[in-house]
Design a protein around this ligand. Structure first.
Ligand SMILES: [Zn+2]
Length: 55
């Protein structure tokens, strides 16, 4: 499940209160505050790869 990974935020929409990750996963913005602070889960491999390629 996507929720098991920490995704890298690509875009945040305050209008819809949704965060879009690099890999395309969307989740509620209100939930991310906690996710970003709790930085001890596995990083989403797809987000990580996309981030690398963008460098
Ligand atoms: Zn991801």
């Amino acid at each position: 499940m996507a929720d098991d990974y920490i995704h890298t935020e690509a875009r945040r929409s305050w209008l819809s209160d949704t965060v879009t990750a690099l890999c395309g996963v969307k989740y509620p913005a209100s939930r991310t505050e906690r996710v970003w602070i709790t930085w001890n889960g596995p990083t989403c491999p797809r987000c990580r790869r996309i981030k690398k390629e963008n460098r």
